[in-house]
Design a protein around this ligand. Structure first.
Ligand code: 1GP
Length: 255
């Protein structure tokens, strides 16, 4: 019998960091922030205490653009550059890992499992670390809700959210991501984060619509393990809101 592979280097880094409290990941869209710009944003994010860079966002990011961003980031900072994929076309061995994620509440089976079946051998051939993750879109869902053919979980349907999240854990996924959608007017409700946190054992990632220190504080207080922000740096750079969000994460890590 051959044992399944143990968690890879990036996953072990995340586990180690989580032992010290909650984390923050900075989402960069390599189509909007090409190589040097992606490196500059990463340097700033690291200086403020962000723990990893997620590369993704728009649709149709090419392997070349993704690779250029990953290489630039890796030469600028030592935190991992992780692909947050929107399809197999952007996979590159230049990144440290890929979130190998199933869009749990999509009506499109391609996004649940079929694309994974088609791209799994590429991931293995690239020796790209795959981090198994359940990705659950909560209303309003924004663009990912549309392009992902999602039946968004209603914001007050805690039972549905916990059901999906626990199913992901029982299927062997190592992380659950609650996504309100990039640019959502407000983040995933704190009551939902609290309910899911209580239901599952795996780390809980929360993103979409986090724009301020108070947003971050409320989600961390509800038990979010990892906060993801993207729009805030695209719109304001590493400004006051980004500082305030990272300050809340630092504060939670000191507790
Ligand atoms: C999107 O959850 C992330 O996948 C980040 O959302 O752009 O709203 O920060 P924002």
């Amino acid at each position: 019998m051959t044992l399944p592979p143990s968690p890879g280097r990036v996953e072990r880094y995340i586990e180690d960091q989580l032992a010290g409290g909650p984390l923050h990941f900075t989402l960069i869209d390599p189509d909007k922030s090409r190589g040097a710009k992606a490196a500059e944003v990463s340097r700033g994010a690291v200086a403020l205490g962000s723990h990893a860079i997620l590369l993704g966002g728009s649709t149709g990011i090419s392997r070349e653009v993704m690779g250029e961003a990953a290489r630039a980031i890796k030469s600028a900072v030592s935190i991992p550059a992780i692909i947050f994929p929107e399809g197999p076309g952007s996979l590159t061995p230049d990144a440290d890992a890929v979130l190998f994620m199933s869009l749990l509440n999509s009506r499109n089976l391609d996004l649940v499992i079929r694309t994974h079946a088609r791209s799994s051998s590429t991931v293995r051939r690239m020796s790209l670390e795959a981090i198994p993750m359940g990705y659950l879109v909560i209303a309003p869902g924004m663009r990912v809700g549309e392009v992902g053919a999602v039946d968004p979980v209603p914001r007050d349907d805690l039972a549905s959210a916990t059901g999906y999240a626990l199913a992901a854990e029982l299927l062997g996924m190592h992380f659950v991501y609650l996504e309100a959608g990039s640019g959502a007017p407000s983040p995933v409700p704190t009551e939902m984060v609290r309910a899911v946190r209580e239901a599952v054992r795996v780390p809980l990632i929360v993103g979409g619509g986090i724009r301020s220190g108070p947003d971050a504080k409320a989600l961390l207080g509800a038990g979010a393990d990892i906060l993801v922000t993207g729009t805030i740096t695209e719109e304001e750079g590493l400004g006051a809101s980004f500082h305030a969000i990272l300050e809340e994460v630092r504060h939670a890590r000191r507790r």
